[in-house]
Write a protein that binds this ligand. Structure first.
Ligand code: PLP
Length: 393
């Protein structure tokens, strides 16, 4: 910042905008300072002219980050063992950043049938508007992914486990096939919060996470992250991020930073409670199947055992066929401790019934599917609540 020359006493409106005060250096505390900025000041014109926003050793403009967002990016990169991290204003913005950085017209992208629905919706929109072809593949195809690959395939999405239906795909096998064809593999690693599934070790080239979920943990912020090791991929992502102007608000960044120290503790508690409730639901006569990766009847359970070191508080159940959609809606409405709403990762339990036929290319289950998110409430109370709601059936 420039030093103002000491002339005579300045007028009020100038004094309101320029002050000579500088807080003493040497302040130390654990929380990261929240640096807000659109304009970032340069020392002099030479510094302004030689700026390089791609280099995160210096600051150029609020859109490209302040010490607050740089800190969150580094900390997330440390957690996932990645070289680079880029923040985006939501998990979905992180997904679209990856698609737009990697795909151009004439290219082909593969998306698993169990992907987060807006990810599929985006791909179909790219197909209709920008001539980027999309194919939906069965998530459990493993090495069979090869059958879906075309000469123009550039990107394969993987989600572990799949949104709502919870299948655990064989990422190492898919990545091995993809890499033989020089195809980039992007993993949606939101469910594991980046702490119980080392996606890069299992072959992902790019990892995205919705920080909206466990990292923030407060149901009060939307943010996404893209993590990558390859320098060339990182540059493509940075350029696309700049062109699209995907800035994040520093107060939101602060909220995510605030959640990180307790992330593992909260995750473990959600995991423990969800496993207890999932196992208990398995015993209930109204339930056909419990789709929790830690239970043997979940598709891909052995892969979960092999590749994961924990499970999130999110799982689904399929009710017995005899229960109609109306009855299941009544069950969900009758729950007192489970809120009805999208997103998850906060401290409160949630429950959502899904119409799977409309969401999936192929879905053969006849019973109604309900997704549970187990919060930090006591499991005895949560079970009692579910039991009284089941009685409404
Ligand atoms: C929530 C979620 C997203 C999107 O995150 P938003 O911040 O809500 O846009 C993406 N993928 C998965 C698996 C999610 O659960």
């Amino acid at each position: 910042m420039k030093n103002s020359p000491q002339i005579e006493k300045k007028q009020l409106s100038t004094r309101l905008n320029h002050s000579d005060y500088q807080a003493p250096a040497g302040f130390a505390a654990y929380p990261t300072a929240v640096h807000h900025a659109s304009t970032v000041l340069f020392e002099n014109v030479a510094a302004m002219r030689s700026r390089n926003w791609l280099d995160k050793q210096s600051y150029t403009y609020g859109l490209h980050g302040t010490p607050t967002s740089f800190t969150l990016e580094r900390r997330l990169a440390e957690i996932e063992d990645a070289q680079h991290c880029i923040l985006a204003p939501s998990g979905l913005a992180a997904i679209s950043l990856i698609d737009l950085a990697l795909l151009k017209s004439g290219d082909h992208v593969l998306i698993p049938d169990n992907a987060y629905s807006p990810n599929k919706e985006l791909a179909h929109w790219l197909q209709s508007q920008f001539d980027i072809a999309v194919s939906v593949y069965p998530p459990m195809c493993g090495a069979g992914i090869e059958n879906y690959i075309r000469p123009e395939t550039r990107l394969i999405w993987v989600e572990a486990p799949g949104s709502v239906s919870m299948e655990i795909p064989d990422l190492p096998v898919i990545a091995e096939v993809a890499h033989r064809h020089q195809i980039v593999v992007a993993l949606d690693n939101t469910w594991s919060a980046g702490i119980v599934y080392p996606g890069f070790e299992h072959g992902a080239d790019i990892i995205m996470q919705a920080l909206t979920k466990f990292q923030s943990g407060g149901s009060d912020v939307l943010m996404g992250a893209v993590l990558v090791n390859d320098a060339e991929l990182y540059k493509r992502l940075q350029l696309t991020h700049m062109r699209l102007g995907l800035g994040v608000g520093m107060d939101d960044v602060y909220l995510v930073l605030r959640g990180l120290p307790t992330l593992a503790l909260r995750f473990a508690e959600h995991d423990c409670s969800a496993r207890e409730i999932a196992a208990w639901l398995k015993e209930q006569p109204e339930i056909q199947t419990v789709l929790h990766p830690a239970l043997p009847e979940c598709p891909g359970h052995p892969i979960w055992q092999r590749d994961f070191t924990g499970a999130a508080g999110l799982f689904s159940v399929i009710f017995k066929e005899e229960y109609s959609e109306q009855q299941i809606d009544r069950f969900v409405d009758a729950l007192a401790l489970f809120g009805i709403g999208f997103s998850w990762g906060g401290s409160h339990s949630l429950c959502v019934p899904y119409r799977m036929q409309g969401m999936r290319d192929s879905w053969t289950e006849k019973g109604q599917l309900v997704r549970f998110y187990i919060g930090l409430e006591n499991t005895k109370d949560l079970k009692a609540d579910i039991r009284q709601a089941l009685q409404q059936l």
